[in-house]
Design a protein around this ligand. Sequence first.
Ligand SMILES: *Cc1c(COP(=O)(O)O)cnc(C)c1O
Length: 372
Amino acid sequence: MNIPLLDLKAQFQPLRTEILAAVQTVCDEQGFVLGPRVVAFEEAIAKYIGARYAIGCASGSDALLLSLMAMGVGQGDEVITVPFTFFATAGAISRLGAKPVFVDIQQDSFNLDPLQFERAITSRTKAIIPVHLFGQCADMAAINRIANTKRIPVIEDACQAIGAAQNGTRAGVLGATGCFSFFPSKNLGGFGDGGMITTNDQSLADSLSMLRVHGSRVRYLHDAIGINSRLDALQAAVLHIKLKYLDQWAEGRRRNAAKYEQLFKQAGLLDRVTLPTTHSGNFHVYNQYTIRVSKRDDLRAYLKDKGVGTEIYYPLPMHLQNCYKDLGHQKGSFPVSEQAAEQVLSLPIYAELSESHLTYVVEAIADFYRRS
Ligand SMILES: *Cc1c(COP(=O)(O)O)cnc(C)c1O
């Protein structure tokens, strides 16, 4: 048995003809950067999310960077976010000369703890970036309540959460801007890098469209200092086709998550393995199915031996990274994030998995704990 963490070949096979035809069309047109294919895909994403505007860009990292730029974040400013995330969230803040101010996560959801948000706010706080980690929205009602009273704009890092929703509203319109990534391993993955920003705010949308083309509204005339961050027509064409299947893939992931839960219970593993929890009101799309375990690294090696691919998202929280030594944090500064980094293990969850695959994974985990 060989069960990789993600099998993109299995996803591509049934779409092969459809996708290659779209790629061929773009090749015949020879228009590669922005243009009508990108506009059509932006409109499709806006409709899907329920946003007035969607602005394509080169990556999820740039979606975050552009959002911060559009809000005027710069030198000396502070932006609040979590230490338990992919580096891009904090990196975007630092690249603008601003300081990431970390707030620890909730034990059960792995997302920003709203109870700790308020005391991290200072007169320099210019934005907050909650991350919808693993495909579940952060507690946006509580975050927005505090952010609104303090007039702090909220940027959703929804890179892992396209299609996720909270109380019926999709990620991407739960804050001022929503940032998405089309990196191949995301739930909507392109054939390379790509990103998108959604917003309901016309003036932000205008700024974002300008900033992604070097701050230009009229060619060769520059109103601001922007960057080069565009979405390619090839990516847009591929993603536009894949978007039609996104909900069906999310259903597959949710079905697999429910099956895992049943199998872990049946195997009597609930004292060994902490399963992911979904907060009420959340529609979880499981970009990752992340459990917490003891002896995590030994289990991971054992599973690898058995042909099961896993990954650790993420092994080192941001506040303990070499590049953030200057911030002066130490071990113990954000204990919930640190404990998560030691315990998390993400299992295969992609839609194409069959029940026998899931059974095999759970049995392998059961075997491991029987032996140890
Ligand atoms: C993937 C990811 C990003 C960055 O997206 P890229 O497209 O790879 O630049 C940012 N934040 C989170 C939480 C992510 O998972």
